[in-house]
Design a binder for this molecule. Structure first.
Ligand code: GDP
Ligand code: MG
Ligand code: ZN
Ligand code: ZN
Length: 524
């Protein structure tokens, strides 16, 4: 036998041994890894016996700090709990399979079971050499399986992290999109109670009333979130979240229905005490309802108080009772009256949420109440009401009997005094009046009808009449400080058929048209 063939044979033996070692080790490694994978698959809810992780319920009905009463978004928390759960179960499977393989080697090779009724010398002998080889193969298999398991774990974590990253970017994209759409449509959130414009609003769950302070795409959900009660809430205006009841984040009082769903018109009505602001606003509400109906649009009170107030006016439509109702609301009102709020959807064009603020003239005089006039900053049009009876030149033209009769309805302060005070207040609030429209309403036209019989109700005629009464200086000041000034002469009364006077209707139509809400009956 040559040394050549000898070394060839040795080479063959080594190769054969090597192959056997590889095959046996691979068998151990694969069986461990297969068991690990099975455990993973069932942990993620697949297969015949799924064993998913428990959903962690959060007892967050009373949220603390910045926690919202809602479940975390899947990729924020539960996904990582699921991953951990799957890995733990996978590793248990790994350990159990390893134990079983070890036990079987021990049983077969090192401590073979005694066979009953067989003589001791004929019992199976321990085979320590092949046993040790099997242990080595098992060690190798375990090592390779460990590498695979670590890699599989890493891949899962990386995939999850990438998904979470994508979701995180998407959140901001969604948020930005929602804000952009709202801005393009001119949608804002104004509190009718405190007069603040709000950047964020508190929403209430429509099932359990839990308050959600940051209902937008975020850690609790993308386009929806699950409230702690299990109810699904939309997180975007695009998703109509404005249909939920909402609360002001500034004064904690309720916002009008569907705030944040349409563009808003903020209309402050100001002037001295007794000039006729409240009466004008009330008749304006009636006029608006009529205008909308006539042009086949839709009209809806945006909240209870507005509805109640209008019902009151309608019930007491004979003049005496109107005045009584008005007097009550005028007395009980503090510096800040909650606005009257209405949703108006014209037959053509987009819907608007209109807030009419009846600003008590008195509040313009006190620095402490000016704080409460923040809604003035939101207005594009201001309505200044003045009582013609308070112009001395006109008043002196009435005889004693007439004066006696009218005196209870006359405002004391002369219009130019009130206007100057108001202008000072508005300017001190940092409002640039040159960008604003000013609608000047000369009220109580019915009471001065005798004096205005020859005078038209259009802007130029009213200006001419007021100038003739010595008000030219005030008119020039108005034109100087405001962007556009338009004069109206109105009788805030209703006729025998409970219809508002045409003068208020014309005023309402013109002022709202300038605000982009067209309600002209000719366009029917
Ligand atoms: N006849 C008539 N009376 C009016 C008119 N506007 C206001 N009044 C009366 O003037 C008084 C003061 O009105 P009110 O609206 O309470 O004034 P405010 O203090 O500016 O809110 C009340 O007696 C009203 O009935 C009007 O256009 N015609
Ligand atoms: Mg009033
Ligand atoms: Zn809820
Ligand atoms: Zn508020």
């Amino acid at each position: 036998m040559s040394s050549g063939t000898g070394s060839q044979a040795a080479g063959l033996v080594v190769s054969a041994v090597f192959l056997v070692v590889i095959v046996v080790s691979a068998r151990y490694g694969v069986s461990i890894f297969v068991q690990y994978t099975r455990a993973l698959v069932s942990s993620y809810g697949f297969g015949k016996e799924p064993k998913i992780a428990d959903l962690v319920r959060q007892p967050v009905r009373q949220p603390k700090d910045d926690h919202e009463p809602a479940y975390d978004r899947y990729l924020v928390a539960q996904a990582w709990r699921d991953l951990r759960h799957a890995q733990v179960r996978g590793l248990h499977a790994y350990r159990d399979t390893l134990k079983k393989s070890w036990q079987s080697i021990v049983d077969k090779r090192f401590r073979p079971k005694l066979i009953e009724n067989v003589a001791p010398q004929q019992q199976r002998k321990p085979r320590r050499i092949t046993g040790s080889a099997a242990v080595c193969c098992l060690g190798l298999g375990v090592f390779v399986a460990a590498l695979l398991v670590v890699m599989a774990g890493l891949v899962q974590a990386v995939v999850l992290a990438v998904l979470a990253g994508i979701a995180w970017v998407l959140l901001y994209v969604l948020q930005a999109l929602d804000i952009a759409v709202l801005q393009a449509r001119g949608v804002t959130n104004t509190c009718k109670n405190c007069g603040h414009r709000l950047f964020s609003v508190t929403y209430a769950c429509d099932k359990c009333d839990a308050r959600h302070k940051k209902l937008r795409p975020g850690r609790y959900g993308m386009i929806h979130r699950i409230c702690s009660c299990g109810n699904r809430l939309p997180t975007l205006a695009l998703n109509k979240k404005y249909r939920l009841a909402a609360w002001c984040t500034n004064c904690d009082r309720p916002l009008t229905r569907q705030t944040g769903g349409s563009a808003e018109i903020v209309l402050p009505v100001f002037g001295g005490p007794q000039v006729g602001k409240t009466q004008l606003v009330n008749v304006l509400l009636l006029a608006l309802e009529r205008l909308v109906q006539r042009t086949s649009g839709t009209f809806e009170y945006a909240d209870e108080p507005t509805q109640v107030q209008v019902e009151k006016i309608r019930k007491g439509l004979d003049q005496h009772r109107i005045e009584q109702t008005l007097r009550i609301s005028a007395v009980t009102g503090t510096a800040v009256h909650p606005a009257y709020s209405l949703h108006v959807k014209p037959s053509t064009g987009s819907a608007k949420l209109l807030h009419v603020f009846d600003a008590a003239g008195e509040s313009f005089r006190s620095a402490s109440t000016i704080e409460q006039l923040s809604y003035l900053k939101l207005a594009r049009t201001m309505v200044f009401v003045m009582d013609p009876l308070s112009i001395d030149t006109l008043w002196d033209g009435f005889d004693d009997a007439e004066q006696q009769q009218l005196t209870s309805r006359r405002a004391e302060d002369e219009p130019h005094v009130v206007f100057t005070e108001t202008l000072q207040t508005v300017t001190s609030m940092g409002i640039n009046t040159s960008k604003l429209r000013l609608a000047v309403v000369v009220s109580k036209a019915d009471l001065v009808a005798e004096k205005t019989r020859m005078i038209g109700h259009d802007d130029q005629s009213v200006r001419g009449w007021l100038s003739s009464l010595g008000q030219g200086h005030m008119i020039r000041a108005m034109d100087h400080h405001f962007g556009r000034v338009q004069f109206f002469l109105t009788a805030a009364t209703t006729d025998a058929h409970q219809q508002p006077d045409v003068s208020v209707e014309a005023f309402t139509r013109d002022v709202l048209a300038a605000e982009g809400l067209r309600l002209s009956s000719t366009s029917k």
